[in-house]
Design a protein. Structure first.
Length: 301
């Protein structure tokens, strides 16, 4: 699992870094960008890149890193919910900042009630699952993640194939793993079933949960790559249309906006000139039509 944790971290970190220069010009993408960064921080606390003993040592060496990990994960999934519901007339209740505060508080309080947290241990929760406070801490955290991912699936994700399909499968896997983990935690805490069954339940959590996160990250990476390709194409259209505008001495509206809007303004200026009787070369009109098709697919996103 260490290799999977590390690969997921580096993928999320690279996407976060790659999107940083453009996100300030596109406020709509900030929640998804922040989700990637906070998620990468949470993955870092797993210890696959920097030893967990080192990270927890900075926090006092009493497994506080586990709480940080869960706060980061909850926040990352919540930011993803915010990003996916931004266009709704009314966001779901869970997307409100106070909902995030309530969820984090709900599992932080039982964490604070755990007696003798001991020294740094990767299996911190398993080692102390006999304590009711530990069971509540881990179970409430998993319930919060499940609630957020289900809300994202139901309210925030349009149907679609490709990257959207990968994204949805990832969220479904995280949801199923979260529910399975609550069952496993309860079985461990109450001593239900045999030791072998409880071991199997514990093992069944990591593969779907982290594979789900990988798929979510891959989906976000796909969105990023598609955005880069789109921007390259828009840049080419913008340069061609700018030459047409200069050739005909037109004066388009010059808005300080992103490349899509500026390209759209050039298209409008050329089309207005055409309506007013200006003769536009067929080759130039071909550039305009090509830009219009690209803008029709991408102006809203």
């Amino acid at each position: 699992m260490g290799a999977l944790h590390a690969a997921t971290f580096w993928c999320a970190a690279l996407i976060f870094a790659a999107r940083t220069p453009s996100v300030w010009r596109n406020p709509r993408g900030r929640a998804a960008w922040a989700a990637t960064g906070v998620g990468a921080l949470g993955l870092l606390t797993l210890g696959s890149v920097v030893p967990q003993t080192v990270l927890d040592g900075w926090l006092g060496g009493t497994n506080l890193v586990n709480l940080v990990q869960n706060v980061c994960a909850t926040t990352a999934f919540w930011l993803m919910l915010r990003a996916s519901t931004g266009d709704l007339p009314r966001r779901p209740v869970l997307a409100h900042p106070l909902a995030l505060l309530a969820m984090v508080t709900a599992f932080t309080i039982p964490f604070a009630c755990i007696t003798d947290r001991g020294t740094t241990a990767f299996h911190f929760i398993v080692l102390g699952i006999d304590q009711t406070a530990m069971w509540l801490y881990a179970s409430v955290y998993m319930a919060c993640v499940a609630a957020i991912t289900v809300t994202t699936l139901v309210r925030g994700m349009p149907t679609g194939r490709g990257a959207l399909g990968v994204f949805r499968v990832g969220l479904v896997l995280v949801t199923l793993a979260s529910v399975e983990e609550i069952v496993s935690l309860t079985a461990d805490h109450l001593g239900l079933a045999t030791a072998g069954v409880r071991d199997a339940l514990r093992f069944a959590f990591d593969p779907p949960f982290y594979l789900g996160i990988v798929l979510v990250v891959v989906g976000m990476a796909s969105f990023t790559v598609r955005r880069w390709v789109r921007d390259l194409r828009l840049g080419r259209h913008h340069r061609r249309l700018a030459r047409v505008v200069r050739h005909h001495g037109l004066r388009p509206v010059e808005r300080r906006a992103d490349l899509r809007v500026r390209t759209y303004d050039l298209v409008i200026a050329i089309r207005d000139a055409e309506v007013q009787g200006r003769t536009i070369d067929p080759g130039e009109l071909a550039h305009v039509r090509s830009a219009e098709r690209l803008l029709a697919r991408n102006l809203g996103g």
